[in-house]
Every structure is written in C-alpha cells, then in structure tokens.
Design a protein around this ligand. Structure first.
Ligand code: C5P
Length: 232
C-alpha cells in the first residue's frame, strides 16, 4: 500500500506554484494540478512540474458525453501524469469510454479515479438541489460500485466514506480523499472533513490537502505534519 499526501496546488499561475514548490528542498511531494492552474497555464505546467521530479494528479474532473471524454482522455494520457479523474455522474458508459481513451498502445495508462460526491456537498443539498434521495454514503457507494464495474481504479470521496467504499469495492480499490483539515483548522467550503490521522484510520490511500498546507505560515512544516499523521 502506498499511502501518500497529495498537495492541491490551487494557485492562479506558474510563478506562484514554482515559488511554493521551491520551498520543498528535501522532499518532492505528490502534487495535484486542478482546473485553475491548468486552465491558466496549459500542458506546460504539467511538463515543468514533472521535470522537477513530482508525481502529478491532474484533477480536471471530466464530465461530458462518452465520445468527448474518450478523446480528451487520449490527449491527457500523453501528459504522463500519475492520476486523472472524471465525475462518476457522467454514467458507466462515459467511464468506460474514458478508460478506453486513456489506455496507451502498450496497455499502460495513468490511474483513473471517479469523483463521487464533492466533499463540499452536504446531504441536504444533494437532496434539495440534485434531487438524489437516500443518504450521501449510499450515493457514494453506488457511484463507487459503478466506477469499479467500468474498470476504474478508485474514487475521490470524503475520508468519512473510505471504509464503506472499501467494504463495497474491495481493499485494492483506491480511495483518494480531500476534505482534510487539522484539528484546529478552518473548514472553509468543505463539509465532510477529517484530520489526516482520522483519514488514515478510515482507510484512505491518499489524502489531498490544499489550504491547510498552501495557506499555512510554514507550508513545509504543515506538509511534514500531514506525512507524520497519515503516512508514517
Ligand atoms: O484547500 P482544500 O484542502 O479544501 O483543497 C481540496 C482540493 O481537493 C481542492 O483542489 C478541490 O478541488 C479538491 N477536491 C475536493 N473534493 C472532491 C474532489 C476534489 O475538495 N470531491
């Protein structure tokens, strides 16, 4: 099992990102590039962060018709990142098409994850706005099951749901979990949150940590704290 901490580099441009990463002189953290940074800088930012020796989770959360997602995934697979993702709500057909698009001629491909319910979505909003009835855990487990049936490697979910997902889909099925806060930290827009230590207890494989590290007075110390609590 390769439990690891992934830093969400939610910066608006390359300069801020490199200034942030330059602070890490002893370790090469696993980095998440999301929509903000990718839309601002394009593939060049992926190549540069890769060149600097970081593993990359490209978090673009694709959600469109199967043919479009398949073709987009074929393009993303040429970026040689470690992980990419999509929204499970796009249906099993979309996930299967994505997997097809992502698989290179030699059969290799990045890890493909499905976002279940965003960790900012509360059960109340899921009922009232998305018109999905039942509990959020039922929805997450159902989406995880669909992702597994489509051949994906795992899901993005709250650490609170990691155990249930593993119980339904098997312990090899990855759970990558944002919604991480230190015990004394601000939740911000996140709702279904835990500490790094609780995420470990609940069986997460990877935690995705943004503001608790990027906005910390000492980001390297905050990262090391996460590694200590979650990995070691
Ligand atoms: O700053 P914070 O720790 O809340 O950042 C969490 C990161 O994880 C953000 O980049 C967000 O886009 C991402 N994410 C999430 N919930 C999901 C999927 C991704 O918060 N379900």
């Amino acid at each position: 099992m390769n439990r690891d901490v992934i830093i969400a580099c939610d910066f608006s441009g390359a300069e801020a990102t490199y200034a942030f990463l330059d602070q890490f002189t002893e370790e090469k953290p696993f980095v998440k590039i999301g929509m903000e940074l990718y839309y601002a800088e394009g593939p060049a930012i992926v190549h540069e962060i890769h060149r600097r020796g970081h593993k990359i989770f490209l978090d673009l959360k694709l959600h469109d018709i199967p043919n479009t997602v398949q073709k987009a995934m074929a393009v993303l697979s040429r970026l040689n990142v470690e992980m990419v993702n999509l929204h499970a709500a796009g249906t099993k057909a979309m996930m299967e098409a994505a997997l097809n698009g992502l698989t290179r001629e030699d059969g290799s491909r990045p890890i493909l994850l499905a976002v279940t319910q965003l960790t900012s979505t509360s059960e109340e909003r899921m009922h009232d706005e998305l018109l999905i009835s039942g509990s959020i855990s039922d929805c997450v487990c159902h989406y995880a099951q669909m992702a597994k049936e489509a051949g994906l490697d795992g899901v993005v979910c709250s650490p609170l749901e990691a155990g249930m997902v593993k119980a339904r889909c098997g312990k090899e099925f990855l759970t990558v979990t944002p919604g991480i806060r230190f015990a004394d930290g601000k939740a911000g827009d996140q709702v279904r949150i835990t500490t790094p230590a609780q995420a470990k207890e609940k069986g997460s494989d990877y935690i995705v940590v943004g503001r608790p590290i990027t906005a910390a007075a000492d980001p390297v110390a905050a990262y090391r704290q996460c590694v200590k609590d979650f990995v070691l």
